[in-house]
Design a binder for this molecule. Structure first.
Ligand SMILES: [Zn+2]
Length: 163
């Protein structure tokens, strides 16, 4: 079972992003995006560039990934490796596949993550409806329990918002 999600950034016309194939719920991908920003020492703009612009074909999985490792797809033994697995480097060289605001309905994405201004906006996608369930500031520490709570209680949560 895969849970598709979209990792996006704000643009003049809304947002644009790439598809992430596996484990797109908050305790999988949400936490992984978080870890990626931490890897870049909290530089969310640089992390956004890495996650979207540098790997425009999208990702198989960055969950539990070690971001210090060379990103790329691994054809064999992919489950044993904890490198970030994109579709444009390593054993795959897929074409760029950007998704833009308004196109999410045409995908099977169940979650949308928009990285903007030091905050990770988390949206649940259901019946083509977007519900913003959390704004997770990169300046706040999160425990595994927090991410799991977001998986299981898909409703507006404001307690983790830091302005
Ligand atoms: Zn790539």
């Amino acid at each position: 079972m895969s849970t598709n999600a979209c990792i996006a950034k704000r643009t003049a016309n809304g947002w644009q992003g790439v598809i992430h194939h596996f484990d797109g719920y908050p305790s999988g991908l949400g936490k992984a995006i978080w870890n990626c920003v931490k890897h870049f020492n909290g530089n969310w703009a640089r992390a956004t560039e890495y996650l979207i612009d540098d790997h425009p074909a999208g990702w198989s999985s960055i969950c539990e990934a070690d971001f210090s490792k060379e990103p790329g797809f691994v054809e064999h033994g992919s489950h044993a490796s904890n490198s970030p697995k994109c579709y444009c480097h390593g054993d795959r060289h897929d074409e760029p596949d950007m998704i833009y605001e308004g196109e999410l309905e045409d995908t099977s994405c169940r979650w949308l993550y928009i990285i903007d201004q030091g905050v990770l906006e988390i949206y649940k996608v259901e019946n083509a409806e977007l519900t913003r369930i959390a704004d997770a500031s990169f300046r706040v520490e999160f425990e595994d329990d927090d991410w799991e709570m977001l998986d299981n209680h898909p409703r507006l949560i404001t307690s983790k918002r830091v302005s």
